[in-house]
Design a protein around this ligand. Structure first.
Ligand code: GLY
Length: 557
């Protein structure tokens, strides 16, 4: 009898519990999808402490600084797209670097926009993270910094990808004493599985934890940074750091195949180009033509060329260069589509440029209350400028190279740009980073983004087409090999496993196809409508892992 009543009372408690989810909880799980398992774990630790998706993203950004030192960090900047469940609104935080005042008159020649202290623009990441927490997070900055501080102090094993990047950039890194001391052992770059500790970086992060981002922008760290940057011929001064401001921006919105897209506004070219390319392909029956068929591949290529031409000729930070709203007009894109011929490639100037790969990092997050984050952070090329500021462990970006630094000369990505993207004090260099949200009927469905400089835009474009035209799963859409054309150089790049027969037919139409190894490392989240749970997908090209937990009582499925 006792056990009967016990069972009944347990059932009643269970029913009450399941039908009354904890306040604010709507979804089954929290999720973090980053390019490194330890950064995803840092985000999960923060969820466990009651943090939301914004807190988790901030913790992951600091952890990524430590475990992926080649990709992002407080010496760089980025963009964070946030869906706030409370405000029911999508917000973009822009903590992209800015041009130091002295750069306006500085003569960039040779490689000095890519290597050394003169390549560094004013970093925005620490201010950006603090701003995100203050406005949309729940935890204190110090709390979100703890996983990163511990990883920097205790160390972690160098991953195969990090070891590979160290070898690729060994020449650049080896030029700078402090950098070499940290990243080399016995004159060779650190090898896979070496336990890598960063005591100076731990102290810098500790200083931000204690004194806030002010430490970096007006405090002790600012002084250290500027003294060393001056010594090394760099341009950032205390006034540049003190003036740095995070900007809140409106996302660009687009409709595609019944879905609502939220895209990156300037100073990223991502949203403008994505909206144009998607509008240009919306009426074409790509599914019927076939994924990777010659017709589909040709149209996607021509569409990329047409959009990247506008990037090259017209785009720059809209706070400094007037933006022509026509570029977002649907009729403008439709008119461009009409000019595309399906029988042959449109002609291009024949310029020979050798693009390098960008090392940036993307991460996506969602929490049980329905907040979502897509965040892309960068130092630009792998290890940025290669300068680690002595005594700080902070690697400086080389984002000055994303400006049109020398008239008519392509940047490291082979992008030729116009005076709209010339250097001006306080201006942000034009970016391609594209954190993106996809909604349907006001319901969140996907968050995604990638590293890869201009290939980010082509990659995100083709993932959206794969999802919404070819009805692929998120995993298939990300894994599928992609094409990339950026107008100049006149080359159509393809990834491993792209069908040979299609490439041959594209060459016959006048495209110049060229293999380019490994680009893209997408980290994405989707919502499974049936189970109301978030699913994560990490690009098979990288080392990332989705991690998930549940901290509150879930709704009944
Ligand atoms: N540094 C790469 C980008 O912002 O596009």
């Amino acid at each position: 009898m006792k056990s009967f009543f016990h069972k009944i009372s347990l059932t009643i408690v269970a029913l009450l519990f399941l039908s009354s989810p904890a306040q604010g909880a709507s979804y089954k799980n929290n999720i973090a999808v980053t390019a490194h398992p330890l950064a995803s774990q840092a985000a999960i630790d923060i969820y466990k402490q009651g943090g939301n998706a914004i807190d988790a993203a901030v913790a992951a950004a600091f952890a990524l600084n430590v475990v992926e030192p080649h990709n992002s960090g407080i010496g760089g900047g980025g963009f964070m797209m946030i869906y706030s469940a409370k405000l029911k609104q999508v917000i973009v935080l822009d903590y992209r670097e800015t041009a130091p005042a002295a750069s306006e008159k500085f003569e960039y020649t040779g490689n000095n926009s890519r290597i050394g202290a003169s390549a560094a623009a004013v970093p925005g990441l620490a201010r950006g993270m603090e701003h995100a927490l203050t406005h949309y997070g729940q935890l204190k900055l110090a709390q979100t910094l703890q996983p990163a501080i511990k990883l920097a102090r205790d160390g972690f094993p160098v991953s195969p990808l990090l070891a590979d990047r160290l070898i690729n950039r060994a020449n650049c890194l080896g030029r700078f004493k402090t950098t070499k001391k940290l990243l080399f052992y016995k004159h060779h770059p650190l090898k896979t599985n070496t336990q890598f500790k960063q005591a100076d970086l731990a102290n810098s992060l500790e200083s931000i934890a204690t004194k806030g981002a002010d430490s970096f922008y007006i405090g002790a760290l600012a002084k250290k940074l500027v003294a060393e940057i001056k010594k090394q011929g760099g341009l950032i001064r205390e006034a540049d750091l003190a003036k740095y401001q995070v900007k809140t921006r409106e996302p660009i919105q687009a409709n595609y195949k019944g879905y609502q897209l939220y895209l990156m506004p300037l100073p990223s070219s991502g949203g403008i180009l994505l909206k144009q390319m998607l509008t240009m392909t919306e009426q074409d029956p790509l599914k019927q033509w076939g994924h990777q068929s010659v017709k589909t591949a040709h149209l996607l290529t021509e569409v990329m060329k047409a959009a990247f031409k506008d990037r090259s000729e017209k785009l720059g930070d809209a706070d400094f260069t007037p933006f022509d709203a026509k570029l977002l007009d649907e009729n403008y894109a439709k008119n461009k589509r009409q000019q595309i011929r399906l029988d042959r490639a449109s002609p291009l100037p024949q310029e020979l440029l050798q693009p390098e790969g960008s090392q940036t990092t993307h991460a996506s997050f969602a929490d049980q209350a329905g907040n979502v984050v897509a965040m892309t952070n960068s130092l630009n090329l792998a290890f940025g400028s290669c300068v680690i500021v002595p005594g700080t462990g902070i690697l400086l970006n080389n984002h000055m190279d994303d400006f049109a630094t020398q008239a008519g000369k392509a940047n490291a990505f082979g992008l030729v740009q116009s005076t709209a993207n010339r250097i001006q004090a306080g201006k942000r260099p034009l970016s391609s980073m594209s954190p993106t949200f996809i909604f349907k009927d006001k319901q969140f469905r996907y968050a995604l983004g990638s590293p890869g400089g201009p290939t980010i835009i082509s990659n995100v474009f083709q993932i959206i087409v794969n999802l919404l035209q070819h009805n692929m799963s998120l995993r298939q859409a990300i894994a599928a090999p992609k094409l990339h054309h950026q107008y100049l150089p006149p080359q159509l790049y393809y990834q491993e496993r792209y069908p040979r027969s299609t490439l041959d037919a594209l060459n016959a139409k006048g495209h110049q196809t060229k293999y380019r190894s490994r680009w893209g490392n997408v980290q994405a989240v989707s919502l499974d409508l049936k189970t109301q749970s978030f699913q994560g997908v990490s690009d098979p090209r990288g080392e990332g892992t989705p991690q998930s937990n549940a901290t509150t009582v879930p709704h009944k499925p």
